[in-house]
Design a protein around this ligand. Structure first.
Ligand SMILES: *Cc1c(COP(=O)(O)O)cnc(C)c1O
Length: 402
C-alpha cells in the first residue's frame, strides 16, 4: 500500500480513516477462490466496518452480509445486497427486529436460544410467514484467541449446545411457521489456528448427519468468520488449507457453504491517521499526545490490542514513550512503552490494521465528532463519510432544551 498520508491530511484534515478498496478486493477474491470447488457465499460480517461504501464495494464483488442488528440488515439492503444473501445473527434480537427481518425476506435468521426460537415462531405466525431458520451451535471449542473475542465455549453467551440445537430443529420441523434451512457456528475472532475451526465444523457436521437421519435436511452450512490478520508478527491460517479442510470435513454433505469473514476482508485495508499535538514528560515518562483518541479507535483500550504505529517524519533516533489521545481517561492510549522518534507539532502518525472494529466502535465521548473516512481505489481517493461537526453531535438533543 502506497498512500500519500500528507496529501490526504491536507485535503481532509485529521484524524481520518483511509481504506484501500483494492486490498479488500484481493482479500475477497483470495477467499472466494479457495472455496471454488463448492457453492459458497462469503457473507461479509458488517459489524467489522459498516460504512455503506465499504459494504457496497463488497456487494459489487458478490458478497452477502452477516448482520447482528436490523440496522445492519438495512445497510446491506440499501447498497444492493440481495435479501437471499443476508443472514441475521445475534443473541438478543428484539421482537421488532425479528418482525422486520421476516418482512424483508432475508435468507435466514440465525437463532441463538430456544426462547428466541419461540419468539420467531409466534411472530412468524402473527405475520402469516414462514421463517427460514439457522441455529447457532456452540460446539464448546477453545479457539485459543483473546478471551474477549472467544465465542465458541459454553462459558460464552453465544449459541446453544448440540442437544438443545437438535431439539430446536425438531421444533422447527413440527411448526408450520418455521423452516430449518441452515446451521451455524462461529467460535471466535482473530483466529490463527486451523484445528479448533475444523474441530467445530466436524462436531456440527455430525449433528447435520444426525438430523438427516430424522429427515431434517439443511441447505446451508455456515462456518462463521474469525480468520485472523497480521497486526504484528502472527502466523496466519492459510486460506487454501482453511477452505480445503472445511470442504473435506463436509464431504458427502450437499450443502452450500457460508463463511462470514469480517476482519479478514477489511482489517488490513485500513489505516487510522492522526497528528501530533504535543510531547511532554511526566517525571521520566515520555508522552506523545495526538489528535485522535480512544473514542476513534478503542481496540488498544478495550482489548489491549496491538497496532503497529509509525510516526511519518524523518527522525531516526527513537525512545520509549506512550502514544495517547486527548480524552480524559488514563485508558486513552494507542501504544504504551513503544519506541517512537522525536516528534514535532503536526507530524502525522499512522496506526495500521485499523480497517476492522475501528470506526464501527467509535463514539462521541468527550463531545468529539466522529472522524472522516476515505476510500482509495485505483489510486484515487474519495470521501465516504464526512467528519462530524458540532452541529451533527448535538442534533438529536437541541430541540429538547427547556
Ligand atoms: C463478528 C462475527 C463475525 C466476524 O468475525 P471476524 O473475526 O471479524 O471475521 C462472523 N460471524 C458472526 C456471527 C460474528 O458475530
Amino acid at each position: 500500500m502506497n498512500i500519500d498520508y500528507k496529501k490526504l491530511a491536507q485535503k481532509y484534515q485529521t484524524p481520518y480513516y483511509v481504506y484501500d478498496f483494492d486490498h479488500i478486493t484481493n482479500q475477497y477474491n483470495e477467499l472466494k477462490e479457495a472455496f471454488k470447488a463448492r457453492k459458497s457465499i462469503l457473507a461479509y460480517a458488517v459489524k467489522a466496518n459498516s460504512n455503506l461504501s465499504v459494504i457496497k464495494h463488497l456487494a459489487s464483488l458478490g458478497a452477502g452480509a452477516d448482520c447482528v442488528s436490523i440496522g445492519e440488515v438495512k445497510r446491506a439492503l440499501k447498497v444492493g445486497i440481495t435479501p437471499y444473501k443476508i443472514i441475521f445473527s445475534g443473541v438478543g434480537k428484539t421482537d421488532d427486529e425479528i418482525r422486520q427481518a421476516l418482512e424483508l425476506g432475508i435468507l435466514m435468521i440465525n437463532v441463538e436460544s430456544a426462547a428466541e426460537l419461540n419468539r420467531v415462531d409466534s411472530i412468524a405466525q402473527e405475520l402469516d410467514k414462514v421463517a427460514r431458520i439457522s441455529i447457532r451451535v456452540n460446539p464448546n471449542i477453545d479457539p485459543k484467541t483473546h478471551p474477549y473475542i472467544s465465542t465458541g465455549l459454553h462459558e460464552n453467551k453465544f449459541g446453544v449446545d448440540i442437544d438443545t440445537a437438535k431439539r430446536m430443529y425438531i421444533q422447527c420441523k413440527n411448526s408450520n411457521h418455521l423452516e430449518p434451512v441452515g446451521i451455524h457456528c462461529h467460535i471466535g475472532s482473530q483466529l490463527t489456528q486451523l484445528e479448533p475451526i475444523l474441530e467445530a465444523v466436524e462436531i456440527v457436521a455430525t449433528l447435520v448427519k444426525n438430523l438427516q437421519a430424522i429427515k431434517i435436511e439443511l441447505s446451508f452450512f455456515d462456518v462463521g468468520g474469525g480468520l485472523g490478520i497480521v497486526y504484528d508478527n502472527e502466523t496466519l491460517i492459510d486460506t487454501k488449507e482453511y477452505a480445503q479442510g472445511i470442504l473435506k470435513t463436509l464431504f458427502g454433505l450437499d450443502v452450500t457453504i457460508i463463511c462470514e469473514p469480517g476482519r479478514f476482508l477489511v482489517g488490513n485495508s485500513g489505516v487510522f491517521v492522526t497528528k501530533v499535538l504535543y510531547e511532554k514528560t511526566n517525571g521520566n515518562k515520555r508522552f506523545i499526545i495526538v489528535d485522535g483518541a480512544m473514542n476513534d479507535l478503542i481496540r488498544p483500550s478495550l482489548y489491549n490490542a496491538y497496532h503497529k504505529i509509525e510516526v511519518l517524519n524523518d527522525e531516526t533516533e527513537k525512545s520509549l514513550c506512550h502514544l495517547v489521545g486527548p480524552v480524559c481517561e488514563s485508558g486513552d492510549f494507542f501504544g504504551k512503552n513503544i519506541e517512537l522518534p522525536l516528534t514535532q507539532h503536526n507530524d502525522l502518525v499512522a496506526i495500521y490494521s485499523a480497517g476492522a472494529y475501528g470506526f464501527t466502535m467509535a463514539s462521541n465521548y468527550n463531545t468529539r465528532g466522529k472522524v472522516a473516512e476515505i476510500a482509495l481505489e485505483g489510486g484515487e481517493d474519495r470521501l465516504i463519510r464526512r467528519r462530524e461537526s458540532f452541529e451533527d453531535i448535538i442534533a438529536l438533543e437541541e430541540e429538547f432544551i427547556k
